[in-house]
Design a protein around this ligand. Structure first.
Ligand SMILES: Nc1ncnc2c1ncn2[C@@H]1O[C@H](COP(=O)(O)OP(=O)(O)OP(=O)(O)O)[C@@H](O)[C@H]1O
Length: 319
């Protein structure tokens, strides 16, 4: 396997789960933030999604060893983050949203300092270049832009060549270029055999990057699978066509398989839902032919991860 990160040798992917959480409960006073959560993450990139307050950060911070579970079992790289933290810390990189950096430190000094804490760090100047921080190496942390601070936090998380990195909203507040540079770096981590657990509110980010997605709501994992599996299984796809308004939808419905639906949500817009396969497409076009209907457009609309997410977690804002 080619190594894509500066100074890094690719690691062969392990077969054991990198994270195993079962029956995790975490309370803050009377509030139960995590409520019997089960999660297994394997080598590759796992995205953890969920509405605000769902318990993502609490779960991830428990895996990082920053929080002690009230109940349940947590193993990261096979180790207990609380009782075996000393063995785990050198093998895991953590990117915190708040950065965790002394505000008067210069970016390159900070990164060099963190690199020295590790036995076999990545090449610091190359990493600085790779993340587009070359022009601000001498700038103090407090004077870096929000996006530069984010990228420095990411560099600090990966400089020790961890086996696993936790990235908490790694692209929050980044401009599109910096976002894509971060995505490229995360993909390179995977290519080099580093596993990544990332929390994000960006569905496109999860769709682009993740091998596996876990959706958390009210302190539990409510769905998990690859983006394709979730999009396939979570919601039906639709076939949409446009034509003259007022077509006989009831007659179209009769021609379709039993568990399909056909509606005209707006004049001249027709939506057929159910199992959208070549046979159904043929049925719709032959119904059009029999009824003298020439569609202006016809398209299969696939559900995105965002559709699935909203369907599973609801569309209303959480308190
Ligand atoms: N230190 C704390 N003290 C008290 N309550 C907390 C604390 N941290 C989190 N909570 C509460 O626990 C619940 C879960 O919070 P958590 O930060 O884990 O969710 P999240 O899914 O990461 O949310 P977000 O997407 O908004 O970051 C929320 O109701 C939150 O208010």
């Amino acid at each position: 396997m080619r190594s894509v990160l500066p100074g890094s040798d690719p690691r062969p992917p392990g077969r054991e789960p990198v994270v195993q959480v079962s029956g995790l409960i975490k309370r803050y006073g009377a509030r139960t933030a995590v409520d019997g959560l089960d999660l297994e993450a394997h080598a590759g990139i796992t995205a953890v999604l969920g509405p605000n307050g769902a318990g993502k950060t609490t779960t991830v911070e428990t895996c990082e060893g920053y929080r002690k579970p009230d109940a349940g079992r947590v193993r990261v790289l096979g180790l207990d983050p609380v009782t075996q933290g000393d063995g785990l810390r050198p093998r895991v990189g953590v990117m915190l949203q708040s950065g965790g950096v002394y505000s008067g430190a210069r970016a390159d000094e900070m990164l060099r300092h963190v690199a020295k804490l590790h036995a076999d760090p990545l090449d610091v100047p190359a990493l600085i270049e790779r993340l587009g921080l070359g022009s601000c190496g001498r700038t103090t942390y407090r004077r870096l832009s929000g996006g530069q601070q984010q990228r420095l936090a990411l560099a600090m998380a990966v400089v020790g060549r961890p086996e696993l990195v936790f990235l908490d909203e790694p692209t929050a507040g980044l401009d599109p270029q910096a976002r894509r540079a971060t995505w490229d770096l995360v993909r390179d981590l995977r290519t080099d055999g580093v596993s990544v657990i990332l929390t994000t509110h960006h569905m496109d980010e999860a769709e682009q990057l993740a091998d596996d997605v876990a959706i958390i709501d009210a302190g539990r994992v409510i769905a998990q699978g690859s983006p394709e599996e979730l999009c396939r299984g979570g919601a039906e796809n639709t076939l949409r066509f446009t034509g003259r308004p007022g077509l006989d939808v009831a007659s179209l419905l009769k021609a379709l398989p039993a568990d399909s639906a056909a509606v005209e949500p707006a004049p001249g817009v027709y939506r057929v839902s159910g199992v959208i396969d070549p046979q159904l497409l043929a049925t719709v076009t032959s119904w059009c032919a029999q009824n003298g209907v020439m569609p202006d457009s016809i398209a299969v609309e696939r559900h995105t991860l965002e559709d699935v997410f909203l369907e599973l977690t609801g569309k209303e804002l959480r308190a």
